[in-house]
Design a protein around this ligand. Structure first.
Ligand SMILES: [Zn+2]
Length: 339
C-alpha cells in the first residue's frame, strides 16, 4: 500500500510499504479522510520536541486526524466491527500503569501516539492498524469530512469545557486557527458570547464568515469583561495576555503551544483568583464531539480548505496551499485520490 513517509527533517515521500495486518486486539482500517495538522508540520520540519526527547524518531509515518472503515479484525476482536465507520483515539496508553488504570491513558508515560510517537504508524496511508479499544464508531450523519475533524474537535471540546462558560458569559479565543475556531464553535454552542483575537486580516475575515462578528486584533480589541480566555495560539506571550485580559474569578485555558517557554506571573493568577487549565489531547472529548457533529450543534466542515491525495502531502507540510483552496485553515487528504 502507499503511505506518506518522513525520512528526516524536510524529507517527505509517498512510498510503497507493507500493508498492516490485524494482530490480536487490533483492527485494520481503510482510511477515508485524514487531516494535516500543526503537529504533522513540526514532525516534517523536525521542530517537534518528541524528536529531541527520543519519543519520536525518523523514519516516521504521520497522520492522526482520521476516519475510515474497518476491513479486518485480529484475534479477540468482535467481528461485528467489520464494515463499521470509525475514528480513533490518537493516544494509546499501555493500559497497565497507574494513570491508565485511573482512566487517564492520554498522559501515560509509555503511551504511543498514532502517527506521532512511539513508532506507531499514522493514517496518511491507504490503511491503518489500531487497537480496538481506541475506536469510536461514527454515525451515518457524521460524514468523512466530519469524521476526520473529530480529533481536533475533541481537543477543542475539552478547551470549551475547561472554560466552563454558561449561557450569556463572554469568552475570548486567542488564535483563529483550526483549534481556535473549533473551540469558538463549541463555546458558541454553549451559549457564550464569543470573541476572537488574531493577527492577520484574512484569518479574522474568515472567522467573521463563520458568524464570529467579534473578531479583533490587539489594536481593535474592545475593553470588555471576559469570563474565560482560551489560548489556542502559538505565541509565547499569549498565556500572560490571557491572564491579563480575563476577569477576576475567571478561567484561562491553554491549548496552544509555543516553541519557547510561555511565562506567567502566578501572583496575578492568585490575586485575580483565576483558574488556569492545560489541555493535552482529545481523548476525553472524542465521544461528545461525535455527538455534537451528529446533532449539528457544531458543524466545522467550512474549516476545510481543500482535499488532496497523498502525493500532495509533502507540499502541504512545506507550507504550500493546494490549488483551488478555500480560505479555511485545514487541509484534508483522501488516500484514495490519485491512486
Ligand atoms: Zn499507562
Amino acid at each position: 500500500m502507499r503511505a506518506v513517509v518522513l525520512s528526516g527533517p524536510g524529507r517527505c515521500a509517498v512510498q510503497e510499504v507493507p500493508a498492516p495486518t490485524a494482530v490480536p486486539g487490533e483492527v485494520v482500517v481503510d482510511v477515508e479522510r485524514v487531516g494535516v495538522c500543526g503537529t504533522d508540520v513540526e514532525l516534517f520540519t523536525g521542530e517537534l520536541s518528541y524528536l529531541e526527547t527520543g519519543h519520536s524518531s525518523y523514519p516516521l509515518r504521520p497522520g492522526h486526524e482520521w476516519c475510515g472503515r474497518v476491513t479486518a479484525v485480529g484475534g479477540g476482536v468482535d467481528p461485528a466491527w467489520l464494515g463499521r465507520r470509525v475514528t480513533g483515539d490518537t493516544m494509546l496508553g499501555d493500559r497497565v500503569c497507574r494513570r491508565c488504570r485511573r482512566g487517564q491513558q492520554h498522559v501515560c508515560e509509555d503511551r504511543q501516539e498514532v502517527g506521532i510517537r512511539g513508532d506507531r504508524p499514522g493514517a496518511l496511508a491507504e490503511q491503518l492498524a489500531v487497537p480496538v479499544q481506541s475506536l469510536h464508531e461514527l454515525p451515518d450523519s457524521v460524514d468523512p469530512v466530519l469524521g476526520a475533524l473529530v480529533e481536533p474537535g475533541g481537543n477543542a471540546w475539552r478547551a470549551a469545557q475547561a472554560a466552563a462558560v454558561a449561557s450569556g458569559d463572554r469568552a475570548l479565543v486567542i488564535g483563529p486557527g483550526t483549534i481556535g475556531l473549533l473551540t469558538a464553535m463549541f463555546l458558541r454552542a454553549r451559549g457564550a458570547e464569543v470573541h476572537l483575537l488574531g493577527v492577520t486580516a484574512p484569518s479574522l475575515d474568515f472567522a467573521r464568515g463563520l458568524g464570529f462578528a467579534d473578531a479583533w486584533t490587539r489594536d481593535t480589541l474592545p475593553d470588555l469583561p471576559v469570563d474565560a480566555v482560551v489560548d489556542a495560539s502559538t505565541d509565547p506571550g499569549s498565556p500572560a495576555l490571557a491572564l491579563d485580559l480575563v476577569e477576576p474569578a475567571g478561567r484561562v485555558v491553554c491549548i496552544g503551544i509555543a516553541g519557547t517557554p510561555s511565562t506567567i506571573d502566578t501572583r496575578t493568577l492568585l490575586l485575580k483568583d483565576v483558574t488556569a487549565v492545560g489541555v493535552l489531547s482529545a481523548s476525553p472529548g472524542l465521544a461528545p464531539t461525535i455527538e455534537a457533529y451528529r446533532t449539528g450543534a457544531v458543524d466545522p466542515r467550512p474549516l476545510v480548505a481543500a482535499t488532496v491525495g497523498l502525493a500532495e502531502v509533502g507540499a502541504v507540510l512545506a507550507g504550500g496551499r493546494p490549488r483551488g483552496s478555500g480560505a479555511g485553515p485545514k487541509v484534508h487528504v483522501d488516500p484514495r485520490l490519485g491512486a
